[in-house]
Design a protein around this ligand. Structure first.
Ligand SMILES: Nc1ncnc2c1ncn2[C@@H]1O[C@H](COP(=O)(O)OP(=O)(O)OP(=O)(O)O)[C@@H](O)[C@H]1O
Ligand SMILES: Cc1ncc(COP(=O)(O)O)c(N)n1
Length: 260
């Protein structure tokens, strides 16, 4: 069985972060491992507290995993601060991590900050170049590119700009901006559009985490990058169509839809 590692923050309410990733990996029938970068106290209504793990302890978790069980793919989510980013970058290079999918998580759906402002540059310098695919949403792509994205053409320009710092693939997710939910992958200088109609569902907590970990699962199974994104897009669209409704705010996805 292929093994997938998620390096991310914990969401105690189970909708995003490590918990969403482990659910996704398990539903893909793969073996899930986790390195926790931060504990968050959050639910569907907001993020009420963040407790970062020390960089040394992040390093210790990575050492334990790589010295024992080598992951076939790695998903990176919330990394919180520059020191944590630096240690993840060092360890992934030391252990030659493969099939890295980086979701540059900055702000939660509910509005809470999950990455320190001054950490964006460090993320761009130390982690983005290591990734097989990065998966920014529109606001994250804007923060990384330094210009506003209002159209499909702007998404294209952003992907091209990011290709100068990214290792390989750039997937810009259109979920935040348009009446449609079109995502653009730029991979090996080729454009791939993944088009879906926007589902009328306010419960999108954890969609980014789920999409990126599903991509990592598909890479671990040996699919190409474009095929991995296509399959992950189908998974997220199915989960959104299920219209699961849990909690008082922006609710999470129902991963069990895929195993009914
Ligand atoms: N209402 C929707 N209908 C269909 N697909 C959607 C909808 N909202 C988001 N998506 C899709 O879900 C995936 C995640 O996109 P989104 O832009 O929401 O990322 P994100 O902001 O990182 O997610 P999160 O809400 O976890 O922060 C993308 O494939 C996007 O197109
Ligand atoms: C620990 C953690 N990681 C990531 C997210 C982003 O997910 P969302 O934007 O759907 O809230 C989150 N809320 N919490």
């Amino acid at each position: 069985m292929e093994k997938v590692l998620t390096i991310a923050g914990s969401d105690c309410s189970g909708g995003a972060g490590i918990q969403a990733d482990i659910k996704t990996i398990t539903v893909h029938k793969l073996y899930a491992m986790s390195v926790i970068t931060a504990l968050t106290a959050q639910n569907t209504t907001g993020v009420y507290g963040v407790q970062d793990v020390t960089p040394d302890f992040v390093a210790q978790q990575l050492d334990c995993i790589f010295r024992d069980i080598k992951p076939n793919a790695i998903k990176i989510g919330m990394v919180s601060n520059p020191d944590i980013i630096a240690v993840i970058s060092e360890k992934l290079q030391e252990y030659q991590g493969v099939n890295i999918v980086l979701d540059p998580v900055m702000v939660a759906t509910s509005g809470g900050k999950l990455l320190k402002d001054h950490a964006v540059e460090v993320l761009a310098e130390k982690l983005i170049p290591l990734a097989e695919v990065i998966t920014p949403n529109i606001p994250e792509a804007e923060a990384l590119c330094g210009f506003q994205i209002d159209s499909l053409d702007d998404m294209r320009k952003a992907a091209e700009k990011l290709s100068s710092i990214a290792g390989k693939g750039i997937l810009i997710k259109g979920g935040h901006l348009f009446s449609s939910a079109d995502d653009l992958l730029l991979y090996e200088s080729k454009e791939y559009w993944f088009r879906e109609e926007k589902i009328n569902n306010p419960n999108t907590h954890g969609t980014g985490c789920t999409l990126s970990s599903a991509i990592a699962c598909n890479l671990a199974k040996g699919h190409s990058v474009p095929d991995s994104v296509l399959l992950a897009k189908k998974y997220i669209t199915g989960a959104l169509r299920d219209h699961f409704d849990v909690g008082k705010g922006r609710g999470p996805l129902n991963h069990c839809y895929a195993i009914r």
